[in-house]
Design a protein around this ligand. Structure first.
Ligand SMILES: CC(=O)SCCNC(=O)CCNC(=O)[C@H](O)C(C)(C)COP(=O)(O)OP(=O)(O)OC[C@H]1O[C@@H](n2cnc3c(N)ncnc32)[C@H](O)[C@@H]1OP(=O)(O)O
Length: 405
């Protein structure tokens, strides 16, 4: 196992691509991923000249409750060749990677998982969920708030509108836990639009929402035209949508719901507190599903818990179990409120006992400690401590990450 060398990238990436089915052939996409790869933070496992394992860690900053932007290793590009699976290569890479992340002084590691079963054993907890919806727009109507008609919509070429969309996205990032401050180059992933990825859908389209001279929202989407005996049954596939206020939000969704010759809006990876859920006439025809999204691993429990704020005052001692990163194991006293927090080692009696995985799940405020306790994953040792910590850990805005990496 060694750090990725630049000349090895093609082979390394070939191993990764094959582990995901080998379908990624677009040279535009390869080039971008090569540019985004942080070689000195990536590792490969080699069997002689053959690359059999890959893993990387992007340098991210993630928004946490209270709005701070906390350094996080974005674990990515993890693969093991099928010829070498289930011999402990992933475990070996995860060990090395978490030791590295600790030595880089980053308190968090985050990832989106190809399969939910893989990463819990390494201390990652499911911290954000996403909502996937498939709306029957022949039956579901939207009732929009005042001001919606004042929002003007216009088509723009996705690449031309990229800068203005990114500026708007950057304004959203500090407002929602789980969102990542975009590093240069990342914005291009959203508009790559490789033909082999489309499955009969149109190229990407973009519509901007404007009020006066200001852009107040945008949507990127594709249309899949379809006809059956009863007529047009096309689908609108939403790929990204951001809006700065309720009227802009409603205007964009009303536009999507009303596109001629379509009968469905497919909206994946939306926040679980998506506002249009409150505007639809018939939620049962929106086929809403919830899926796991961002996984969080506290690499440094003390620094991570100090980096966020807490909705209500709390003073609790956690007994943390962490078999994979034993430096975290033991008792931590966390005191804090909406202004700041302190988390230090202690010998005092514990109030709550849990594993680092549950702490990761609760960290962004989207999974309550109470629900984890009801599942038997958190134990309350002092009466009242669970409710105190659970409310304090919550977030007024549901954590969300709109994209994978
Ligand atoms: C953040 C990301 O990049 S997510 C992408 C992950 N990569 C992929 O899904 C690509 C296809 N899959 C693969 O490349 C491999 O199967 C990997 C990377 C998921 C696993 O690699 P392996 O080297 O086989 O894993 P390893 O042998 O170290 O297994 C460690 C443990 O995880 C378990 N495990 C590994 N993969 C899986 C899985 N897909 N589902 C359930 N359990 C798994 C093993 O059973 C083992 O369990 P144990 O600790 O109880 O013995």
């Amino acid at each position: 196992m060694r750090v990725l060398r630049k000349p090895d990238w093609e082979t390394w990436y070939g191993t990764l691509n094959r582990a995901f089915g080998g379908a990624l052939e677009s040279s535009k996409e390869r080039e971008l991923w090569e540019a985004l790869t942080e070689h000195d933070r990536s590792i490969g496992v080699w069997d002689g000249d053959t690359c059999v394992g890959t893993a990387g860690a992007f340098t991210f900053r993630v928004t946490v409750p209270g709005g701070a932007s906390v350094p996080a290793a974005g674990v990515t590009m993890v693969s093991v060749a099928a010829t070498h699976r289930r011999r402990g290569l992933l475990r070996t890479m995860m060990r090395r990677q978490l030791d590295d992340v600790r030595s880089w002084g980053e308190p968090l590691a985050v990832l989106t998982a190809s399969e939910p079963e893989i990463y819990g054993r390494f201390g990652y907890g499911t911290a954000t969920h996403q909502l996937n919806a498939e709306v029957d727009t022949t039956r579901v109507r939207l009732s929009v708030p005042p001001g919606t008609d004042d929002v003007r919509l216009r088509y723009a070429a996705p690449a031309d509108a990229l800068d203005v969309c990114e500026a708007l996205y950057a304004r959203r990032v500090p407002e929602r836990p789980g969102m990542l401050a975009r590093r240069p180059g990342w914005e291009r992933l959203g508009v790559l639009d490789p033909g082999n990825d489309r499955d009969g859908q149109s190229p990407l389209q973009c519509v901007l929402a404007e009020r006066g001279a200001d852009v107040v929202g945008y949507v990127r989407f594709r249309i899949k035209p379809e006809w059956d005996r009863s007529g047009p049954r096309g689908a609108v596939h939403v790929s990204a949508l951001e809006a700065l206020d309720p009227a802009a939000h409603a205007a964009l969704w009303r536009f999507l719901f009303g596109i001629d010759l379509t009968s469905t809006v497919v909206a994946p990876a939306r926040p679980v507190d998506e506002p249009w859920l409150h505007l639809v006439s018939d939620i049962r025809r929106c086929s809403v599903q919830i899926k796991d999204a961002l996984y969080v691993r506290l690499v440094d429990v003390g620094a991570a818990l100090e980096a966020r704020t807490y909705q209500t005052p709390l003073d609790v001692v956690f007994e943390v179990d962490d078999a994979f990163c034993t430096w975290n194991a033991g008792r931590w006293r966390l005191t804090g409120d909406a202004k700041g927090a302190s988390c230090k080692r202690t010998d005092e009696a514990a109030d709550l006992s849990l594993s680092v995985r549950e702490l990761g799940a609760a960290y962004l405020g989207g999974v309550s400690l109470t629900s984890l306790a009801a599942a038997g994953r958190v134990r309350e040792l002092r009466q009242g401590a669970l409710a105190e910590a659970s409310v304090a850990f919550g977030s007024a805005v549901a954590p969300w990450l709109p994209h994978g990496f």
